[in-house]
Design a binder for this molecule. Structure first.
Ligand SMILES: [Zn+2]
Length: 205
């Protein structure tokens, strides 16, 4: 299932690697479905040309087994987080600013969620700073690849590589990829911290 209300624009081409100039003006979900269909003829793609919002998020999320956050707005990222946490739906977060990208998989109730890490969405000044930093195409592609890997693990019922861990890809220097453990934040509404709390209180630990 693909959810996106926008057409492909020229400015997307550097970082949204599946689109070409011939796709400009075509809805992204249609261009992406065509790309998928040309490579994987057996795949059927459900398409929704709408923006994810509070009125439709629960319904759209519930129709899947795993969600990939490929959005570019903090508000959408927190909506995906909160909806997936409520539905106990695993998802992979991805974010890119300038030369740096991050990816993290959330298994609701078990591992840290986006609010455990960031608590609240950034304010307008921070968002503006991110906009000015832009997004470097190959970094977005690298983060997308990590997210695709997690989706593949979900489809095979394999253990996630990034559940409870945040991967940082820094294209500006050596040691480009770091993976750090992320602990649930005590008091976060996702409740994952209580899971750890219970484990630490259980006998024999
Ligand atoms: Zn949380």
């Amino acid at each position: 299932m693909l959810v996106d209300p926008d057409p492909v624009e020229l400015s997307n081409l550097a970082r949204q690697v599946i689109f070409r100039t011939r796709d400009i003006g075509t809805p992204k979900i249609e261009a992406a479905a065509r790309w998928l269909g040309e490579r994987f003829p057996g795949v059927s793609v459900e398409r929704h040309a709408i923006a994810l919002d509070a009125s439709n998020a629960a319904r759209l999320v519930a129709a899947n087994n795993f969600v990939i956050d490929a959005t570019d707005s903090p508000a959408a990222k927190f909506l995906i987080n909160d909806t997936c946490v409520a539905a106990r739906m695993p998802f992979v977060y991805g974010g890119v600013v300038g030369m740096t990208g991050q990816a993290m998989t959330v298994t609701p109730g078990e591992t840290a969620c986006i609010r455990c890490v960031f608590e609240t969405p950034p304010d307008e000044d921070e968002i503006q700073t991110c906009r000015e930093a832009g997004i470097v195409g190959p970094v977005a592609a690298a983060i997308g690849e990590m997210q695709a890997g997690e989706a593949m693990r979900a489809s095979r019922a394999q253990t996630f590589l990034l559940s409870g861990k945040i991967l940082t890809y820094d294209a500006s220097g050596p040691g480009r990829v770091r993976i750090a453990e992320v602990r649930p934040r005590p008091g976060c509404d996702c409740g994952a911290w209580q899971q750890g709390h219970r484990e630490s209180l259980s006998p024999g630990k």
